[in-house]
Write a protein that binds this ligand. Structure first.
Ligand code: NQM
Length: 377
């Protein structure tokens, strides 16, 4: 389906916003099977490793330097499967290790747009497998009847997510079994709280947790931050970022992730008491740049930390009761609400989570990469 166009190769592509992220989505079957060539194509498409990504369509920020590779489901009970690719603006690697719940929001709309899923009712629900970690989500989008015939994805609607202007149609996402996505288990050290020794910082209390995204949760105050800074302030504070990175390297080892110097995880979540009516305030580093809001599975994971007794997050949140707990995670551009379903026999165990995103098709066409990248032979 990719074809020559002069000295370049044209690859069919939908450019989409998923939640608070954005990037090109491809039919995975249209990309080279050889992952080295595929990755070279993705780097060229986004314009990395140039930090400005001037020769590609990346937005020079980790949140706008992502891609989705989607195909019809191949496993039983899976309608659609996709691989999330993180391309860092200043690096020449493509990371398909971790999840992205924001880009995930665009996957079912992409599958409907491209005919992989055919809507038959006003709402279309599909089970979507994220191949990066084997995570399955149940996703529902509105698919009203089109006066011209058939059904289409509705992008306009009343849902509002902080970090995206205006309102849009809701994309409802439900997760089961997200624990241990990359770190192997929910609490990879076996503890709700660890005290790690960090060069230059001394002992630091952290919660090392992975309920869909590997995170180190730390009190902002312990790193000399308030937890209420703007992303611009955090990105400009080289000393704070150096403390966060020193802590991250120690946490990566403690979580069994090895030397994480060149990895995009664990992400770092600085927490503080809520500044408005939320459950807690967060500032996320992903992992070297501050998130404008918070990642979806990062929000699920920090929300999970809130219900675990003894965690660093539980220190600053009020205890909740019942089996359906609503956690409102404050972040730099507003709030992110996560509903957690707890095991009635073990209220420390989160068995499902649900949340709302929006998505929109921004552009449809071909993405062009130099022919020498597509066909290096
Ligand atoms: O944690 C950014 C994002 C993400 C990932 C990041 C995400 C998630 O906001 O599920 O959504 O953590 O690098 O897109």
């Amino acid at each position: 389906r990719a074809r020559p166009r002069g000295s370049q190769t044209a690859i069919p592509c939908l450019f989409m916003r998923g939640g608070t992220s954005r990037g090109p989505f491809f039919d995975a079957r249209a990309l080279p099977e050889d992952t080295r060539i595929r990755d070279a194509v993705l780097l060229a498409a986004l314009g990395s490793p140039d930090p400005r990504q001037i020769d590609g369509i990346g937005g020079a920020h980790p949140l706008t330097s992502k891609a989705g590779l989607v195909r019809p489901g191949t496993a039983l009970g899976v309608d659609v499967e996709w691989t999330f690719a993180q391309v860092q603006p200043g690096a020449d690697t493509v990371d398909t290790t971790a999840n992205c719940g924001n880009m995930l929001a665009a996957v079912l709309p992409f599958a409907i747009e491209t005919g992989m899923v055919v809507p038959t009712a006003d709402r279309t629900t599909a089970r979507v497998l994220t191949r990066n970690t084997g995570m399955v989500a149940e996703i529902t989008v509105p698919t009203p009847a089109d006066p011209a015939g058939g059904r289409h994805v509705a992008y306009a609607g009343p849902a509002r997510i902080d970090g995206v202007p205006g309102t849009a149609a809701p994309v409802e996402i439900g997760f089961l079994d997200t624990a241990g996505s990359v770190a192997g288990s929910l609490l990879p050290t076996g503890n709700a709280r660890d005290t790690v020794d960090v060069p230059g910082l001394g002992p630091v209390d952290v919660t090392l947790i992975d309920n869909g995204q590997p995170l180190a949760v730390v009190a902002a105050g312990r790193l000399g931050a308030t937890g209420y800074e703007t992303p611009v302030e955090i990105d400009a504070d080289e000393e704070l970022k150096a403390r966060v990175e020193a802590l991250r390297l120690v946490c990566g080892r403690a979580m069994g992730l090895g030397d994480v110097t060149d990895k995009n995880y664990p992400k770092m979540t600085l927490v503080a008491p809520p500044s408005r009516d939320g459950t807690l305030s967060t500032r996320s580093l992903i992992p070297r740049v501050c998130h404008q809001s918070i990642g979806v599975l990062a929000a699920v994971t920090v929300a999970t930390a809130c219900v675990i007794e003894g965690s660093v997050a539980a220190d600053i949140t009020t205890t909740t009761s019942g089996t359906d707990v609503i956690v409102t995670v404050e972040h730099p551009s507003g709030e992110f609400t996560v509903t957690l379903g707890l095991d009635p026999d073990d209220p420390q165990r989160v068995v499902r989570s649900a949340l709302l995103r929006t998505a929109r098709l921004l552009m449809a066409g071909d993405l062009l990469v130099p022919r020498s990248v597509w066909d290096p032979a």
